[in-house]
Every structure is written in structure tokens, then in C-alpha cells.
Design a protein around this ligand. Structure first.
Ligand code: SF4
Ligand code: SF4
Ligand code: SF4
Length: 251
């Protein structure tokens, strides 16, 4: 059986050199979008960013969720979960509805607005490189092992050991282990995660599971109107967020 793979990113080890984001661009043939990589935003040409918060640097990329909301809303199966846990996209199947962008609890997928045959764009955990026995480009390029790739069980054990061995160094939480059902990108930090721009109040259940559970508690007579209104609120909120993100990307 194939082992589940993922990334452990440790903020305390990151020196903010940008080798990871540069390597991602090179391996995925993405355009340079900003001379200063610290000013980059996730976009159709940027699958990962390095962000600075005071003296700390952190990375943002797809979290490769265990039960991805993007997969569950895709009507045509254009986004799927691979046997090693990465969440991958097939442009040939995509109909461009962009439900995945609206469903993602981490606000990750981006859209190629400027092309005639637009695709959804995001990190695919370098699935092809990994199949060939290589490391993801970002993990290979990282000089300090702040970005570490490996088997999920080993990464979780390493993360737990670091928290236990150095409590003075780490905020005692592994971000990504349980948020929205958990995923294949784990983050360690010396400060609470909301201080590094992470969405910290996500439910522990996966988004598909969370929605199903909420639905079960609603009397069927109010489901129609309630779901409609909740859906409209969620879609409007996400559309506004996406519009804001796209505006930032174009700055
Ligand atoms: S972070 Fe978003 S895009 Fe990535 S797998 Fe999870 S739901 Fe899908
Ligand atoms: S795993 Fe690959 S696609 Fe994802 S951020 Fe790293 S280099 Fe980019
Ligand atoms: S390559 Fe490693 S040290 Fe450099 S910015 Fe990326 S994660 Fe941080």
C-alpha cells in the first residue's frame, strides 16, 4: 500500500530566503509575478508564497485536506485525491464553475482569469516528481529543512516531538493536523497561528462532514429556505473574498 505523504513546515527554521517559492515557479513553469517574492500573493502564477510577519516567515500553499471541500463540490470530478494524499486537478475535466474556489476553507485555489481556456491553479504537492522518486521542488530547495517532505506518520511524530522537546520554542499546536478535518501540510510556529495569517477558527471536522452534520440538525421544513439563505450568504462572502484576493494579486 502506498504511504501517505506530506509537508511539515516549521516557522522557527525558515530564514525567509524564498528558495521554495522560486523552485515552485521553476518546476511548474510559472511567470515571475513580483520582483520581491515577499510581496507575492497566491495566484494562477504563484502556487506558494513566503510571507513575513515581523521577524518570522511563513509559507502558504494548498493544505491537501484529508476530505477536501474542493473535491466534494466539483461536479465533474476534475479535482481528486491521489493514493498518497495529494489533491490534484485535471484541466481536461474542469468546466470552469469555480465552486472549488468558493468551497475551500483555506482560500487556496486560483483561476486563470486572463486566458481563453482558463484553469484552476494550485499546488499539487509535486505529485509527478514524487511519483518519480523526487522530492517536491520546494522541499528540495529549502536550505534549512524548514520545509520537510515525508511520510505523514513520520512528519506527525517529528512535529509532536519538537513540541514536547522544546515547549519554550513552540506554540503548542500543529496547524493542519485537525483544521477542517486535517490534511497533508502541517505547520509549527512559535506564535499563535492567527498572528501568521492562518485561519485559526476552522472546525475540526472536514467541511463536507460539517455541512452534513449541520443539515441533520435542521428540521426538514426549514431546510429549503435556511440552506438557500446560508448558501447565498456563504457564496456572497466567498465571492467578496475572492474578489479581494484577485484585487491584491493584481497590485
Ligand atoms: S486546501 Fe482547499 S484547495 Fe487544498 S485540498 Fe483543501 S479544500 Fe482543496
Ligand atoms: S509541492 Fe510542488 S507545487 Fe506545491 S508548493 Fe511545493 S513546489 Fe510548488
Ligand atoms: S526555502 Fe526554506 S528557509 Fe527559505 S523561505 Fe522557503 S521554507 Fe523558508
Amino acid at each position: 500500500m502506498l504511504k501517505e505523504k506530506g509537508i511539515l513546515f516549521d516557522v522557527t527554521l525558515c530564514v525567509g530566503c524564498g528558495a521554495c517559492s522560486q523552485a515552485c515557479k521553476e518546476t511548474n513553469n510559472l511567470e515571475q509575478t513580483n520582483k520581491d517574492f515577499l510581496k507575492d500573493h497566491l495566484s494562477d502564477n504563484t502556487f506558494t508564497v513566503v510571507e513575513q510577519y515581523g521577524e518570522l516567515f511563513t509559507r502558504k500553499l494548498c493544505m491537501h485536506c484529508n476530505e477536501p471541500a474542493c473535491v466534494s463540490v466539483c461536479l465533474v470530478g476534475a479535482i481528486t485525491k491521489s493514493p498518497t494524499g495529494s489533491v490534484v486537478y485535471d484541466a481536461d475535466k474542469c468546466i470552469g464553475c469555480r465552486y472549488c474556489m468558493q468551497a475551500c476553507p483555506h482560500h487556496i485555489p486560483r483561476y486563470e482569469w486572463a486566458t481563453t481556456q482558463p484553469r484552476i491553479r494550485k499546488c499539487n504537492l509535486c505529485t509527478d516528481r514524487v511519483k518519480d522518486g523526487q522530492l517536491p521542488a520546494c522541499a528540495e530547495a529549502c536550505p534549512t529543512e524548514a520545509t520537510l517532505f515525508g511520510d505523514m506518520d513520520q512528519l506527525i511524530a517529528i512535529a509532536k516531538k519538537r513540541l514536547k522537546d522544546s515547549p519554550e520554542k513552540y506554540y503548542q499546536h500543529i496547524y493542519g493536523l485537525e483544521e477542517a478535518g486535517g490534511g497533508h501540510v502541517l505547520v509549527l510556529s512559535p506564535v499563535p497561528f492567527e498572528q501568521l495569517g492562518y485561519i485559526s477558527k476552522l472546525p475540526k471536522e472536514s467541511m463536507p462532514e460539517f455541512t452534513m452534520r449541520a443539515m441533520e440538525k435542521i428540521p426538514s421544513v426549514v431546510v429549503g429556505g435556511g440552506v438557500f439563505l446560508t448558501g447565498m450568504y456563504w457564496l456572497t462572502k466567498r465571492k467578496n473574498q475572492i474578489a479581494k484576493d484577485e484585487k491584491n494579486n493584481n497590485k
